[in-house]
Write a protein that binds this ligand. Structure first.
Ligand SMILES: Cc1cc2nc3c(=O)[nH]c(=O)nc-3n(C[C@H](O)[C@H](O)[C@H](O)COP(=O)(O)OP(=O)(O)OC[C@H]3O[C@@H](n4cnc5c(N)ncnc54)[C@H](O)[C@@H]3O)c2cc1C
Length: 681
């Protein structure tokens, strides 16, 4: 159990909270005592670090964004119909620069580099997000499905035209009745052996396709996910290419399309509903990389288990999820750039001087609101960079082992959830930090808020995604992992000894190792310095291990008492989600710590270490009730962490402008003349 011993830290420089002993050292005194020197930030160098391997690609996108910057205003002034056309035109024009096709094979006009395509997409999030999402639908979802689920003849038939934007398509998976539970889709594709065709049918009203991007107006083809039936036998969900419009844009016979209408945001994207009434498509339109039907009507697949086949198919589509997570992180950068820059010019109330009002960013509370979010944005950026690089390796065939692939799927799910929730939270906080000015559309927040909101839902609902992360943790991505639905997972976990689950998490071993390097043995949580990265990692690892093993214990106890597995799972579900979240937060910290550790000594390293410490301590502070409940944080140490966060914020304050400047959001994308410059030009 932790005691009230607190390792002295540089944070002991402010009056303690009411009732405490005032400590009067100034930051400067503390800094000179500790040898700390305020770093200078070389902005272009930091931008180079952030842009990483794909700086050239990111700069191409920045240039394109600046060129089409008038679209930000068009979003406010044009009718929905006109804006949708404008967005489509911009997407097609951007396609001609090669920006949107980087992930496709070179022989079809693509760039042959998946990492580059993710970098391009992330950077596009600095601009209008209808353009981003239309790109995501056309090249990521529609194009990605053809590329990943189809075989050569599908590639030959469609890729070249879809890469240029000449052939527009949509990805029709979700139905009104089922979104997250894709295996329960109601659309059916029945094989007719006489004509060697599939007959695609919307079997009931809730089986209509819904929210489908590009469907209401522009798609000529749809990749439709439907239950495949051959000779009266169902083989589960498969994907089919179904023409929905002719070249002139007329909806084809047997297809009905309805506009979803105005949405909360993203109104430049034409989302719609689709019904199929016995639509006939050739046998070859089944995207048959993982399963096929012979002309004579024999179903064939190398993957025998239907669940595994289904999850393998979906697993190939995770690039979209990775892209949306990255887009959320980059949208946060736009919001933070605006809010930090505004706080560096906006003054309210005389506080420290009689005749000059204080800059907003000199208020402790304002620092507390914005700078931990800035630190978390940097942390997520580096975690996303690592994820994108792993995805590149897996999809390019550099890494082929199944365990790594499954780990990657879980990591993609978790990073998407954290990145997009972070965007929603950051954009709201930044809007408020800009006061009334933040509410004016010209200052970007209206669009940022409305357009990013749904990032938490599409490409997988965040809560459902964190369950997927926890499932991987609890089963250690066992070979049976892909075959398991929710109940299968409960049965699997409860079939193991709890110790086995804990051992399998691997966090346990990491924690052991970290205890060895920290002072204090089992008392590491009291002896180590708050700014010691090993201490911070140990706290994150301890939490993950504890939460995961707690879930395993609770699942097992429920089953041992004879409860229904579904009921047990439901009762511990909040705990399951907490396990997923703790795991991803740990991965994020590890990515950030590794990045800073690899930097050469110098100011850049010092600056990034400040951010890394702020991310880690803010996350511990946010969950301090949990750490205290579990005996890993004493009251005194918890207070010391809060003081240290204040100190870190004050150290980051002088370099805050450079830290947001390094995101290199093109000036045209920020708009906000009154927020950024005063008096107006
Ligand atoms: C603007 C927009 C664009 C879209 N574009 C496309 C597209 O192009 N193609 C496409 O196929 N789809 C698209 N979608 C659909 C999107 O992917 C789905 O909305 C999403 O997957 C969520 O499904 P759902 O709406 O059915 O929500 P549900 O699955 O019904 O979820 C509703 C709520 O219930 C919770 N929940 C669900 N299951 C569980 C559970 N087991 N345990 C606990 N809680 C649970 C969720 O967390 C969520 O909060 C789009 C949606 C929107 C809004």
């Amino acid at each position: 159990m932790a005691t009230d011993t607190v390792t002295p830290s540089s944070a002991e420089d402010v009056p303690a909270e009411p009732g405490g002993t005032p400590q009067t050292d100034t930051d400067a005194q503390v800094e000179s005592k500790s040898g700390y020197r305020q770093p200078q930030v070389d902005v272009p160098a930091l931008t180079r670090l952030l842009d990483g391997k794909y700086a050239e690609v990111r700069n191409l996108v920045r240039t394109n964004l600046a060129e089409y910057s008038s679209i930000l205003e068009d979003a406010e002034t044009m009718s929905t119909d006109d804006f949708r056309e404008r967005v489509k035109d911009v997407v097609v024009e951007m396609a001609s620069t090669g920006q949107t096709g980087m992930g496709f094979p070179e022989e079809y006009g693509g760039g042959g580099d998946i990492g580059a395509s993710i970098a391009a997409f992330e950077t596009l999030a600095y601009g209008d997000l209808s353009v981003l999402v239309k790109v995501g639908v056309q090249f990521g979802l529609f194009g990605g499905a053809i590329l990943q689920l189809g075989s050569k003849h599908h590639h030959d038939a469609y890729l070249e035209d879809l890469v240029t934007g000449k052939l527009m398509g949509c990805f029709a998976m979700t139905e009104s009745g089922h979104g997250s539970n894709v295996q329960a889709l109601g659309t059916v594709a029945t094989y007719d052996v006489a004509s060697q065709e599939f007959v695609v049918t919307t079997t009931h009203e809730a089986a209509r396709k819904d929210y489908i991007g590009n469907a209401a107006k522009h798609a000529r083809l749809a990749v439709v996910f439907a239950q495949l039936e051959v000779a009266g036998e169902s083989h589960g969900v498969h994907a089919f290419v179904v023409p929905v419009r002719d070249e002139d844009g007329n909806v084809l016979d047997g297809v009905r399309i309805e506009d979803d209408g105005r949405k909360m945001g993203l109104n430049g994207v034409d989302n719609g509903r689709i019904w199929f009434d016995g639509v006939r498509i050739p046998r070859e339109n089944l995207l048959n990389r993982f399963a096929d039907v012979t002309p004579a009507g024999v179903y064939e697949s190398d993957i025998e288990n239907p669940n595994r086949r289904f999850f393998t198919m979906l697993g190939t589509l995770i690039q979209g999820r990775v892209c949306v997570g990255g887009a959320g992180i980059n949208a946060s950068k736009v919001a933070l750039t605006l809010a930090v820059k505004y706080a560096l010019r906006r003054r309210q109330f005389e506080a420290t001087q009689e005749d000059t009002e204080e800059l907003l960013l000199d208020y402790g509370m304002h620092q507390r609101r914005l700078l931990p979010l800035l630190a978390r944005t940097y942390a997520l950026h580096f975690a996303q960079e690592e994820l994108a690089s792993q995805l590149h390796d897996v999809l390019s065939g550099v890494v082929e082992d199944e365990h790594t692939q499954r780990e990657l799927e879980a990591r993609a799910a978790g990073t998407k959830a954290l990145g997009t929730w972070h965007a929603t939270r950051t954009i709201q906080e930044c809007r408020e930090a800009c006061g009334g000015a933040g509410y004016l559309s010209v200052n970007r927040f209206a669009a940022l808020k409305a357009d990013t909101d749904v990032f938490t839902t599409f490409e997988g609902d965040n809560t459902v995604l964190l369950q997927l992360v926890a499932k991987g943790l609890l089963t250690d991505y066992a070979s049976e992992f892909s075959d398991m639905d929710q109940l299968g997972m409960v049965r699997f976990v409860t079939g193991l000894a709890v110790e086995t689950v804990i051992e399998r998490t691997a966090v346990n071993k990491l924690l052991e190792r970290i205890r060895d390097v920290l002072p204090g043995g089992d008392e590491w949580d009291q002896e180590a310095g708050l700014l010691d990265p090993d201490y911070q990692l140990a706290m994150f690892r301890f939490r993950e291990e504890h939460v995961v093993s707690g879930v395993a214990r609770r699942l097992k106890r429920g089953i041992d008492r004879g409860m229904n597995p579904g009921e047990v799972f439901s009762r511990v579900q909040d705990h399951v989600i907490a396990a997923g979240r703790a795991h991803v937060e740990r991965l994020v910290l590890e990515a950030f710590t590794a990045k800073t550790a690899a930097l050469p000594d110098g100011d850049q390293k010092v600056a990034l270490n400040l951010l890394c410490d702020l991310y880690a301590l803010s996350a511990i502070e946010a969950d301090r009730a949990w750490f205290m409940e579990h005996g890993r944080l004493s009251v005194a140490r918890s207070k010391a962490i809060s003081r240290e966060i204040g100190s870190l914020c004050r150290k980051i304050r002088p370099i805050a402008d450079e830290l947001v400047e390094a995101f290199a959001v093109p000036r045209e994308m920020l708009r906000s003349p009154d927020l950024l410059e005063w008096p107006p030009a």
